[in-house]
Write a protein that binds this ligand. Structure first.
Ligand SMILES: Nc1ncnc2c1ncn2[C@@H]1O[C@H](COP(=O)(O)OP(=O)(O)OP(=O)(O)O)[C@@H](O)[C@H]1O
Length: 673
């Protein structure tokens, strides 16, 4: 498939027709008023109650299964044309009932699902399971469907996407990377085509015209990043930018303006890997920027790095490991002032010079190569801490990126000037109906409700899980841990069992790899540097005796097919080598084995040297754990993980609060959208 948008002939009527449909409003989206005190109080109470009702919600959603089943036999007897005709007839009824702020009609939705299920059986050779109907009903109801890994979320989404598209809603199916967006669109396209629905794909590098075409399709597959940035561009084009920004951009002309828009507004979205998009990505603000370079700035950053290299840890500055924060001591401040005296203009103000010094120390000491970034083709490229994926067009701000470039001896790129910014939180809340799917929603149910107004519905598995989970083994040193994993691998490989080892960073994967090599064990390492091959390598991880080392969720979304002989030997074994900051990510790793009721085993082999215990205030916890037995060590690691989760949740809350108040602040270079 080319990068160009995929289109289907026989496009259905655009939602421009019909009573409530978008053409009436040029760019439909939900506008959220600032809540008053009473609303806030009610919301606070609801945010405690709503996330706890997951079980009840699931029971209500099951109501879609029986009426869909009742249609199955009748639909099976129909020819393809008759089936299509039935969908056409249903379309009008769906359009009348599927309106914002009203729950979907169960009987009509069930009939739509039954039609899609029948068509899918004929076209893709896969009939949706009952639990998939329940999951899709959660989606059209504007909820998050929590479905275990391997339960077939990609196929489930088609039920919701076709139904909403037939109802006239432009549908966005949002995934985390280009590969998944393309793959899912390509696989499911014949099914959409059966109903005359066209499919568009938006990936990196696509020209604006092709984007517009793709967004004009009934269903558009895209990544969260492309989508959010396209929205930001639209907001700029809509000319809502005020003040300084408008001057910077010049007038954006009246009639010409509509032609510049990429999207048709924010109607209905199904967000795959919802936890990753709504929570992990939510820590990073979206910034639309352009480059502005200046030789003077480059010199300033070089001076800052040189100065920071002259400062001594413990004497001039201290490090707070848990928050990755650095602080200058009184001696350090005096030293910075002394050095700065010879450097001129930009170094004169105290806040300025100390800010520069701290930024340079951060670049040198807390942002690590092969963990937070890699250097490729002479460029510093950020690595997503959670996925291990490279983010080629993300940059640290306030000179930090340039300082890291100096540290690595790379050419200095231009500083970015912000044109517009917003957070994913604020972006997704603007959908008129938002939904999602994830394997791990329960841990963040409270946050999803508070921030996005999204309830989580837990969907049962199609078959009972046969995953064996062994208790954690916690060793004292990291070395002992790597050796123990290598030994375990050797034992398993001899029996033909494949092993997937999850690590926390690219650097850790490399250490693991060295230990495996020393032990003479053949293996493949999946690092962020191999973005393109990621899915293929993960897909192979179920072959007999295969050992794969990967950052915790690299290759997520790829199905691991288990060879027949492996099933008999107990399935894929997943070994977690380090706890992540979030329990959720650990559960995702566990979900790589024993999918769809197959056999599989998960265990963690950890150590007290792990990063999660690195904070200075955790020193006593670590000391006690060393003295205590295995149970004490396990408790120590759990405690550290819960602490990290709380810390990150607070950071996300602060970011959102900050983002909300930006609207009202003037001291800001770009407009907060
Ligand atoms: N109803 C069905 N009938 C037959 N096969 C199915 C059905 N639903 C899903 N599958 C198959 O199950 C496998 C897993 O699906 P998929 O990769 O979408 O799962 P997932 O829930 O997205 O997993 P992950 O959370 O790891 O991304 C795929 O090979 C898919 O084709």
């Amino acid at each position: 498939m080319s990068d160009a948008a995929l289109r289907f002939v026989d496009a259905p009527d655009r939602p421009a027709t019909g009573r409530r449909l978008p053409a009436l409003q040029p760019y439909p989206e939900r506008r959220l008023p600032r809540p008053d005190r009473l609303t806030r109080a009610v919301e606070a109470v609801r945010s405690v109650i709503v996330p706890r009702l997951a079980g009840m919600r699931t029971r209500r959603l099951r109501a879609v299964v029986a009426p869909a089943a009742a249609q199955a036999e009748r639909l099976r007897m129909l020819g393809d044309d008759a089936l299509r005709h039935e969908a056409l007839a249903l379309r009008h009824r769906l359009r009348a009932t599927m309106v914002p702020d009203r729950p979907p009609d169960t009987a009509l939705t069930a009939l739509a699902f039954a039609l899609v299920r029948e068509a899918s059986g004929r076209i893709l050779g896969m009939r949706h399971h009952d639990v998939q109907l329940v999951g899709a009903f959660a989606m059209v109801s504007g909820m998050i469907a929590e479905m275990d890994t391997g339960e077939g979320k990609t196929l489930t989404a088609t039920l919701a996407a076709v139904t909403m598209a037939l109802a006239g809603w432009p549908v966005h199916v949002v995934t985390v990377n280009d590969y998944l967006a393309k793959r899912d669109a390509e696989t499911m396209m014949p099914l959409y085509g059966f109903f005359g629905l066209d499919v568009g794909v938006v990936v990196q590098g696509l020209a604006p015209e092709a984007r517009r075409t793709a967004y004009a399709c009934a269903v558009t597959y895209c990544t969260n990043k492309e989508l959010a940035f396209d929205y930001l561009k639209d907001r700029l084009a809509l000319g809502q930018a005020r003040g300084a920004l408008r001057l910077k951009l010049g007038p954006l002309g009246g009639d010409d303006r509509a032609g510049k828009l990429l999207l048709r507004g924010l109607h209905f979205a199904i967000v795959d890997e919802a936890d990753s998009v709504f929570v992990d990505e939510a820590r990073t603000p979206l910034i639309l920027s352009r480059q502005a370079s200046s030789a003077a700035e480059a010199r300033l950053y070089e001076q800052a790095i040189a100065l920071a290299r002259d400062l001594a840890e413990g004497h001039d500055f201290v490090r707070h490991a848990a928050e990755r924060r650095l602080e200058l001591t009184a001696a350090g401040r005096a030293r910075v002032a002394a050095i700065a005296r010879g450097l001129g203009g930009d170094w004169r103000g105290r806040a300025n010079r100390e800010g520069l010094a701290l930024q340079a120390l951060t670049a040198l000491l807390t942002i690590d190569r092969d963990e937070h970034y890699i250097v490729r083709d002479g460029k510093v490229q950020m690595v997503d801490e959670y996925t291990g994926r490279i983010m080629p067009d993300r940059f640290w701000t306030d000179g930090l990126h340039q300082m890291i470039e100096i540290k690595e001896g790379c050419a200095i790129s231009g500083r970015r000037v912000t044109l517009a910014r917003m957070t994913y939180q604020r972006f997704f809340r603007r959908y008129r109906r938002l939904s999602g799917m994830t394997g791990t929603g329960r841990e963040i149910a409270g946050e999803l409700w508070r921030v996005y107004g999204l309830p989580v519905a837990r969907i049962p598995t199609h078959k009972p899980s046969r995953r064996v989970v062994l208790p954690d083994t916690v060793l004292i040193t990291a070395e002992e841990r790597w050796a123990a994993i290598a030994q375990e691998c050797r034992r398993l490989v001899a029996r033909g069992v494949p092993v997937l080892i999850g690590t926390r960073s690219v650097a850790a994967s490399e250490v693991m790899s060295r230990h495996l090599a020393t032990a003479g064990i053949d293996h493949v390492v999946l690092s962020a540097a191999q973005d393109a091959a990621e899915a293929e390598i993960v897909a192979q991880a179920g072959q007999p005796g295969r050992v794969t080392v990967a950052t915790n969720i690299a290759g997520r979304g790829t199905d691991i097919k288990i060879a027949e002989s492996v099933k008999a030997a107990g399935g894929l074994h997943v070994i977690m080598s380090e706890r992540h900051d979030a329990r959720r990510i650990d559960r995702q790793l566990a979900g790589r084995c024993a999918r769809q009721g197959e056999a599989g085993l998960f265990r963690a082999i950890l150590s007290l040297d792990d990063a999660i215990l690195a904070g200075s205030h955790l020193r006593w916890v670590r000391a006690l754990a060393r003295l205590g037995g295995p149970a004490a060590r396990r408790i120590a690691l759990r405690h550290a993980q819960k602490r990290a989760e709380r810390l990150h949740a607070r950071m996300r809350r602060d970011l959102l609060r900050n983002d909300e108040s930006l609207d009202h602040a003037l001291a800001f270079s770009g407009k907060s959208e």
